[in-house]
Design a protein around this ligand. Structure first.
Ligand SMILES: Nc1ncnc2c1ncn2[C@@H]1O[C@H](COP(=O)(O)OP(=O)(O)OP(=O)(O)O)[C@@H](O)[C@H]1O
Length: 254
């Protein structure tokens, strides 16, 4: 069977910060519609990998290909179009707290709206039907005109997801999307992201600290340890021994 072209491809990618290697020799391909969890200890390189995938970071060595384009060799106009196909959700939501929900959702349109349209929309919100539809998809339709700072953490993360949905990207990257939520809200948000990915066929890549969510909700798990891929396997093949190896603490050298 022929596989489709990968949506993301990393070829021999190394990322250093001040000469210190944070990711080393990463090779991976991620295909359309896959649900991939990135797991590993704090500092393993998960957020850095997400920044490379959405093009906010250029690798020190190697190549990052997105939707068939080598990001380092893509001209700025086309690069923006490629980046618009990637929506990113963050642990801290990255919303403007003193704006109403509708404005935060419409921020997902900024890549394709003119400056004038964006400015008008701040006074009279535009494309209301789309904003209301995505808010319905994330389960809080009644919050369209609520001020964002009056929402709970779980509701804010839903708004951040709605903002990505209006962008209508081919892939959603989520950088520890549940780290600041309680267990029940965490479960709801992971369910929501995975359901949306399944229903729309969008690729979902999420870094996670909670291994049980990775095993229960994702098809594929990539384990990062000290900036290297320790394993890259279907979720059902990831054993407890592999997980223990991933999080093992090295004894201190004397
Ligand atoms: N901009 C930066 N400048 C310098 N060092 C950085 C930078 N970004 C990340 N690092 C370093 O790279 C390593 C990996 O960081 P990264 O945030 O990718 O890890 P992580 O697996 O996402 O960790 P966590 O689970 O705690 O968020 C860490 O040692 C971190 O200090």
């Amino acid at each position: 069977m022929n596989l489709p072209a990968p949506i993301f491809e990393l070829k021999n990618v190394t990322q250093k910060f001040h000469q210190f290697p944070c990711l080393t020799d990463i090779n991976l391909q991620i295909y359309p519609g896959e649900r991939v969890a990135l797991v590993g200890s704090s500092g393993a390189g998960k957020s850095t990998l997400i920044s490379l995938l959405n093009g906010t970071l250029q690798p020190s060595q190697g190549e990052v290909w997105v939707l068939g384009h080598n990001l380092a060799r893509t001209r700025s106009k086309l690069l923006r179009q490629v980046q618009r196909q990637i929506g990113t959700i963050y642990q801290q939501f990255h919303l403007v707290d003193n704006l109403r929900v509708v404005h935060n959702i419409n921020a997902g349109n900024l890549g394709r709206w003119s400056f004038l349209k964006a400015a008008i929309s701040l006074i009279h919100p535009l494309e209301l039907e789309t904003a209301a539809k995505v808010l319905m998809q994330v389960g809080i339709p009644e919050k369209l005109y609520e001020r964002t700072d009056r929402l709970s953490g779980g509701q804010r993360q839903r708004v951040a997801i709605a903002r990505v949905l209006v962008q209508n990207p081919a892939a959603i990257l989520a950088d520890e999307p549940i780290s600041s939520l309680d267990p029940e809200r965490s479960r709801e948000i992971i369910n929501l992201l995975c359901d949306l990915s399944q229903q729309t066929g969008k690729t979902l890549i999420s870094s996670l600290h909670a291994i049980e969510y990775a095993r229960n909700h994702f098809q594929r798990i990539i384990g990062l340890r000290h900036g290297r891929i320790l394993f890259d396997a279907p979720a059902e093949e990831v054993s407890m021994t592999m997980v223990e190896d991933l999080y093992r603490i090295e004894p201190q050298r004397r």
